[in-house]
Design a protein around this ligand. Structure first.
Ligand SMILES: [Ca+2]
Ligand SMILES: [Ca+2]
Length: 411
């Protein structure tokens, strides 16, 4: 079945069930669109709702020593589930069942094989107090996947498990014994009440950028893994912050580089298309080009900008010695005052290999650099409007280059 057909099939099931025991909802917006409107991280992704708690009968699929109730505090639609967790402390095994909610996923799959093309399985949770929430996937009595989340009080937050992990395949193949178990505790470990809505399958597979046919790279996300693949050159993967505390958020990507941020021990990870990688300003090299540029990262060239065209910016966050070369991003920092900037580089005892420039103030257009008669167009516009340009050259003696923005007439 095609993805489009599948979406409409799931919508039809929801609509039919909706007619069975309650009047039509006042808002006739399909749940898929309601979900995407509530959470824009789902936009463009295929979804299937397994449980939406629109009907009392949905509670049949839920087990807990404390009987869950329907709630009118909803994430979408007119109904959700309110669960008053039982007592007991985090270390009290005898109270474990009382503090755990079980949802029989096998009973709501209706023949759907997993993972198929689904990448995430999860639900929305809204704890009454700031909470540590654990969501586990069980195959029979065996826990096969777990996600942990710190969720804020009174807000709906998506908690989901990555189904793309290859170690899950054997367990998912038998989809007759799958259940989700939810555990919600406050900061001191006491089980607390929580609303639950929209138990979902999500296919978040997306190709963010693909320049591999031009010798570049492909940046794609599937489940909680972002893959950066430069065919025949290098391949790196990053696990999302949503999946683990020291995971990564992709904040910038283009044909020249990808930038990821983390709350873990390493905060910033930059990967250049030529294989250079910077982790908190420390250069790592996975390719010959990367290795060659490590030395010039440690000994950046002296850069002079012709004053009538711009200036070197010595005051950017991450430039530890205010020399205009930003160690964090591995890039020289230039402020342009005209569309044509004249830059002279003087290597400081080692060649400047594949220098990178971040330039503010350039008028929008097609950016190119000319160096010793050679025209180079490896540039990208950053989210903040600055231009990034990477020059695939090796500069061994004082050299002047012209960086120019021309009106883009291609459109
Ligand atoms: Ca609902
Ligand atoms: Ca510096």
């Amino acid at each position: 079945m095609s993805p489009v057909v599948k979406i409409f099939a799931s919508l039809t099931v929801a609509a039919l069930v909706g007619c069975a025991d309650r009047p039509p909802a006042p808002t006739a917006i399909p749940f898929v669109y309601q979900l995407q409107r509530q959470d824009d991280s789902l936009k463009g992704h295929r979804l299937r709702t397994l449980l939406d708690f629109e009907h009392e009968s949905d509670l049949v699929f839920v087990q807990s020593s404390r009987t869950p109730m329907r709630s009118t505090v909803t994430h979408t639609g007119q109904g959700a589930m309110r669960w008053e967790a039982g007592g007991g402390s985090a270390n009290d095994d005898s109270a474990k069942d009382a503090s755990e909610l079980r949802m029989r996923i096998s009973s709501v799959l209706f023949g759907t094989r997993l993972p198929d093309t689904w990448t995430l399985l999860g639900c929305y949770v809204r704890p009454q107090l700031n909470a540590n929430i654990g969501l586990s996937l069980f195959h029979g009595n065996t826990q096969v996947a777990q996600a942990l989340l710190v969720a804020p009080a009174g807000q709906w937050t998506l908690l989901s498990l990555d189904l793309t992990d290859p170690t899950l395949a054997a367990h998912l193949a038998d989809n007759s014994q799958l259940s989700l178990r939810l555990n919600v505790r406050n900061q001191s470990g006491t089980p607390i009440a929580c609303d639950v809505d929209d138990v979902l399958l999500i296919d978040n597979s997306v190709t963010l950028l693909d320049t591999s046919a031009q010798g570049g790279w492909k940046i794609a996300r599937r489940g909680y893994t972002t893959t950066i693949d430069a065919p025949g050159r290098f391949r790196v993967t990053a696990i999302a912050a949503a999946a683990k505390r020291d995971g990564w958020v992709l904040t910038e990507y283009n044909a020249c580089r990808a930038v990821l941020r983390s709350d873990g021990p390493t905060k910033r990870w930059i990967i250049y298309n030529d294989g250079r990688q910077l982790r908190d300003g420390k250069m790592q090299s996975g390719t010959d080009a990367g290795r060659a540029s490590t030395e010039s990262h440690l000994k950046p060239a002296d850069v002079e900008v012709e004053a009538s065209t711009g200036q070197l910016n010595r005051h950017t966050s991450g430039d530890i010695d205010n020399d205009g070369y930003n160690e964090q991003s591995g890039a020289y920092q230039i402020k342009a005052v005209t569309p044509r900037v004249e830059v002279t580089m003087r290597p400081a005892g080692t060649p400047a290999v594949a220098p990178v420039f971040e330039i503010s103030g350039l008028t929008p257009g097609r950016v190119s650099a000319t160096i010793e008669g050679r025209l180079i167009q490896a540039s990208a516009v950053l989210p903040d409007g600055r231009v990034l340009i990477v020059l695939p050259v090796r500069i061994e003696r004082p050299t002047t280059l012209i960086i120019k923005s021309s009106p883009d007439n291609r459109s």
